[in-house]
Design a protein around this ligand. Structure first.
Ligand code: SF4
Length: 288
């Protein structure tokens, strides 16, 4: 496995952004403020996210063993998953908005892993070199107002013997978007940019999004012109945030899953109002 540049060797004087930060600002600037500027910590983790994390841990474990020259049977992979599930389970995992039980979610993760294993067994790819699992990156974006850092982590990065870099990301969501919609999401493009910025020889990059529940693979790789446009739009987003003096709440159905509901003046105002707007944004389990 080759090494990657250490983030500590890169400039750190500017504020560092991530895909999650930029997406959260788009969703609701107030929520962005609570989380990234006021740094108000919430310990809630929704069950869907918990399942996703345990499946990702397990796939990382699988690829570590493959890299070590082993081919573990699916029974061992599922044993690892179950052990992680029980060991890391905690009181902050939030079930209340899910109609399914804890056990249902655990089995759903297992099903995803079985399907992935069956799909790629025996994982024999002699032309592919693994570059990194949970590969971390930090890149510099230079704009007219200054330079900014973006960092993140992608599930797996490998390189084909023909020189193509391959970005792999696993998704446990049941919903599979259209390719067009996925290409409008900044996440795949940011990963593609990160590889391009990190490896001078990365002339060919392929991005693969694998949806485990449906065993569907999408390739939201952007052509050069769209990648350049994405880089400009990332800079514009960051510069807009940097210039913001006010972070206004943006009510939407996503408020139901916001951890800062009880701190948000706009949301609380809705709570004590009546009519259609109230029904639209309030969770059904608020209890009043
Ligand atoms: S409750 Fe809604 S409007 Fe308020 S911070 Fe959260 S997402 Fe934004």
């Amino acid at each position: 496995m080759s090494t990657q540049p250490s983030p500590t060797t890169l400039p750190t004087s500017t504020r560092i952004y991530s895909v999650s930060q930029l997406k959260l600002y788009d969703l609701c600037p107030k929520r962005y403020q609570f989380q990234y500027l006021d740094r108000i910590k919430t310990e809630i983790q929704y069950i869907e996210s918990y399942v996703g994390c345990r499946v990702h841990d397990t796939l990382e474990h699988l690829y570590q063993r493959l890299e070590a020259g082993e081919l573990p049977p699916i029974s061992e992979i599922l044993t690892f998953y179950r052990r992680q599930w029980e060991t890391l389970w905690n009181n902050h995992v939030e079930m209340s908005h899910s109609n399914n039980s804890r056990e249902w979610h655990r089995r759903f993760g297992e099903k995803c892993l079985r399907r992935y294993y069956t799909c790629f067994y025996p994982f024999h790819a002699p032309d592919i070199e693994l570059i990194g699992l949970e590969w971390k990156f930090q890149m510099t974006l230079r704009g007219p107002q200054g330079e900014y850092q973006m960092r993140g982590q992608l599930d797996r990065l490998s390189r084909h013997s023909d020189g193509t870099y391959i970005v792999h990301d696993y998704k446990t969501a049941k919903y599979v978007p259209s390719l067009q919609k996925l290409q409008q999401d900044i996440q795949p493009g940011v990963y593609q940019l990160a590889v391009k910025h990190t490896f001078p020889d990365a002339d060919k990059i392929e991005v693969i999004w694998f949806y485990l529940a449906s065993q569907r693979e999408l390739s939201p790789t952007l052509p050069e012109d769209r990648l350049a446009a994405l880089e400009s739009s990332l800079l514009q987003r960051i510069e807009k945030i940097e210039a913001s003096e006010e972070f206004l709440p943006q009510l939407s159905p996503a408020c139901r899953w916001c951890d800062y509901k009880q701190l948000c003046p706009a949301y609380l105002e809705q709570r004590f109002s009546h009519g259609a707007e109230r029904r639209r944004y309030l969770p059904t389990d608020w209890g009043d």
